[in-house]
Design a protein around this ligand. Structure first.
Ligand code: MG
Length: 419
């Protein structure tokens, strides 16, 4: 402190001399840096753009008075998200963006009567939170993983959400061959099918024997195509009832899945727990849960073997880290859901790099390879089914505007000011 005071006194004293050419320098030094030269930033604007990739993606940029900006992405629950982000402006403008958790907590708690427990409010806040981390990284010259506690691993293992699982599809071997040749060490398939002709009722989700057979045949078909070292996960999208969920989990046992995902919706935690207790197939859930509060009961009830928060939806990177840490105390690994562009995916990768209990991260863009590869200036970020987390500041990838704009949602802003 002595050093700090004498430095300030020196500056203000020296610069107060008559005739000195830079009278505002002392003020500038004191107001724009700390004694340790951390850049002092102020948020000056918040802008959005919307892209249609795998679903709707809300991109948020937070600008500062020092010319740098942070970029974040939210997804799935972001319909109507842009006006919600605009409603956050009052909490952000003029603030120091490096106080990420404080800004997050202020916005979250301010919205407790406005839906801040989940859904669009939290998904929009997630995009803002990620943009703040990108900004904090750029301001300090550090990659986000460093700000989240440092790196546990250099490379993030991905599974490919496969483009086929239908034994009747003549293109299936070619499509699965592409996934294999890209080097993925895990794949995920969807087995639920609302259009299965063996379904007796359009509204009831008790699967018939023939439906069960069809689902199992898809699993067998994909399992037999890939080498055993490639893990297989199976998604039922939370569509079925308890009896079907239990039966499918049992039918999956011989296949030794990486996991069976949401045989029933995750909103009834005890129902999920009952299925988990009925089977040796690992059960995974949580892509539609929000914040730590959404995962607390899942963990306390031991309802899942694996959880899958979506880091571009559930509250953000630090909230994701907190969820993962909570899960770690129950020895539950984390396999984040992820359907966003390379920007959000790389943001997720930073968080996955920082936690001990990371299992695997989703990649869901094989049907949109052209857009994926051109979306950021750095080009393809996946190599042989892994992402190497970059050491560049912030997220470490930058949007390729021309390519990304091709997927812009019509009649929506593109980071224009004042919207
Ligand atoms: Mg799913």
């Amino acid at each position: 402190m002595r050093h700090q005071h004498s430095r300030r006194a020196f500056l203000s004293g020296a610069l107060a001399l008559p005739g000195f050419q830079f009278p505002s320098l002392a003020q500038a030094v004191q107001s724009q840096t700390t004694p340790y030269s951390r850049p002092k930033l102020k948020i000056t604007d918040v802008r959005t753009a919307q892209v249609r990739g795998h679903g709707l993606q809300l991109h948020v940029r937070i600008y500062t008075d020092k010319g740098i900006f942070g970029h974040g992405e939210g997804t799935d629950a972001v319909v109507g998200g842009a006006p919600i982000v605009r409603s956050f402006r009052n909490f952000l403008m003029g603030q120091d963006p490096l106080n990420v958790d404080r800004l997050f907590e202020r916005i979250r708690t301010a919205g407790i009567f406005a839906g801040a427990q989940g859904g669009q409010y939290v998904a929009a806040l997630t995009a803002v939170e990620t943009a703040l981390w990108d900004l904090a990284g750029k301001a300090t010259g550090l990659p986000i993983y460093q700000l989240l506690g440092g790196k546990m691993r250099d490379r993030i293992r991905l599974y490919c959400d496969s483009q086929t699982e239908d034994p009747k599809d003549p293109e299936a071997p070619k499509k699965m061959g592409q996934v294999r040749d890209m080097g993925f060490t895990a794949v995920k398939i969807d087995v639920d099918d609302g259009r299965d002709p063996n379904r007796w009722d359009a509204m009831n989700w008790t699967a018939s024997n023939a439906e069960i057979d069809t689902m199992v045949s898809k699993i067998r078909f994909v399992r037999e195509f890939f080498p055993k070292r490639v893990d297989l996960a199976v998604d039922m999208h939370g569509r079925y009832d308890m009896t079907t969920g239990k039966r499918m989990a049992k039918e999956c046992e011989p296949f030794h899945l990486l996991y069976l995902e949401e045989p029933v919706p995750a909103e009834n935690v005890k129902a999920m727990r009952d299925i988990r207790e009925s089977t040796s197939t690992p059960i995974c859930c949580g892509e539609n849960l929000f914040l730590r509060h959404g995962f607390r009961e899942v963990l306390e009830e031991r309802a899942a073997d694996i959880i899958m928060p979506d880091l571009q939806k559930c509250g953000g990177l630090l909230e994701g880290r907190k969820i993962a840490d909570m899960a770690h105390t129950y020895y539950v690994p984390v396999a984040p859901h992820c359907v966003v562009s390379p920007i959000g995916t790389m943001a997720s990768a930073h968080m996955c790099a920082a936690i001990p209990n990371f299992l695997i991260l989703e990649w869901h863009w094989i049907q949109r390879l052209e857009l994926w590869k051109n979306f950021v200036q750095e080009g393809e970020i996946i190599e042989k089914g892994f992402i190497t987390v970059p050491d560049r500041p912030g997220i470490g990838v930058t949007m390729n505007e021309a390519a990304a704009k091709k997927a812009q949602v019509p009649n929506t802003p593109w980071f224009e000011a004042g919207l």
